[in-house]
Design a protein around this ligand. Structure first.
Ligand code: AMP
Ligand code: MN
Ligand code: MN
Ligand code: MN
Length: 283
């Protein structure tokens, strides 16, 4: 069977990845990816470079973004694929979404100070590629570099998450706004890594239904933070709600990330094996 290696989710230095858009394109290409998307958090600054690098290598480029959303008091990520990255309302909406990050980072630093971790804001800034996009990942890298934790997994088990030092709640974009910006910019909205949310099944049903009513089209089935069981769970969700299934590594860095670009199980193979008639986003 002819299969297509699509990777529709990853991050560059323009958000919280460590590679340039060009280095990511080369890595994706070397790993056999033929359809690729760079989906930086709340930022479109890497799109032009990613598109050029991908097309120079003969890959099909799908423009992308991952929007931070607050829904039912939790953070949910919505990927937008095939967006016009010059669309004014999308650009303005993302600017607004990024806007509170610096103050949040200072508040996170103040919290870490209370448990004896000094100058975390300045430390995190050393890892930041885009001053408008300081994220928890940059703090995590600082906590590893300064010897507080052995790796970023240890950081996200003990710090920067709800109930642990360094966590500061934040109000991101509304689900309605995020899906509307994506749709108005000509893109498809996709629910990112659904296995990571801590909602009840009733809340999940509500999220999927609302997302669908707003015109949301897809859901990630195969992604770096899902287990093989979760591939099955979310393939069923896609069928049940009529969503297109997507595959993306969510790659950030060669050492930190559990899944490299283009190396996760193939969506088509997975679905054919399960004899599921599931439409997917990948071609
Ligand atoms: P922020 O947008 O500043 O809240 O940062 C979110 C980013 O932190 C995510 O995109 C991931 O890159 C990273 N992150 C969050 N939780 C984890 C986790 N459990 N393990 C590894 N990285 C995580
Ligand atoms: Mn990230
Ligand atoms: Mn995400
Ligand atoms: Mn991501």
């Amino acid at each position: 069977m002819h299969t297509i290696n699509a990777d529709l989710h990853c991050h560059s230095v323009v958000s919280d990845g460590t590679l340039s858009p060009e280095a990511l394109a080369s890595r994706a290409h070397a790993n056999g990816v033929s359809i690729w998307s760079l989906t930086d958090h709340d930022e479109l600054g890497g799109q032009e470079r990613a598109k050029k690098a991908a097309e120079d290598l003969g890959m099909q480029y799908i423009s992308g973004v991952e929007i931070s959303v607050t829904w039912s008091s939790q953070t949910v990520h919505i990927v937008g694929l095939g967006i016009d990255y010059k669309h004014p309302e999308l650009i303005a909406g993302l600017y607004q979404t990024r806007n509170g990050r610096a103050n949040r980072a200072k508040a996170m630093s103040a919290q870490l100070d209370l448990v004896g971790i000094k100058n975390a804001y300045e430390g995190a800034l050393q890892f930041v590629g885009n001053p408008e996009l300081i994220s928890r990942t940059h703090f995590a890298r600082f906590l590893v570099e300064s010897g507080v934790c052995k790796d970023t997994d240890e950081v996200f088990a003990n710090y920067l998450i709800e109930g642990k030092p360094g966590y500061v709640g934040h109000q991101w974009a509304d689900l309605t706004d995020a899906v509307t910006w994506i749709r108005d910019a000509g893109g498809l909205a996709v629910i990112a890594h659904p296995g990571r949310y801590r909602f009840t099944s009733l809340q999940l049903d509500e999220l999927y239904s609302q997302f669908k009513d707003l015109g949301g089209r897809g859901i990630e089935v195969v992604t770096g933070s899902h287990t093989p069981d979760e591939y099955k769970t979310f393939a069923k969700v896609a069928q049940q709600y009529g969503f297109l299934a997507s595959r993306g590594s969510d790659f950030h860095d060669p050492h930190e990330s559990h899944a490299d670009l283009g190396t996760l199980p193939n969506l088509q193979k997975l679905l054919v094996k399960k004899n599921q008639k599931l439409r997917h986003l990948n071609y």
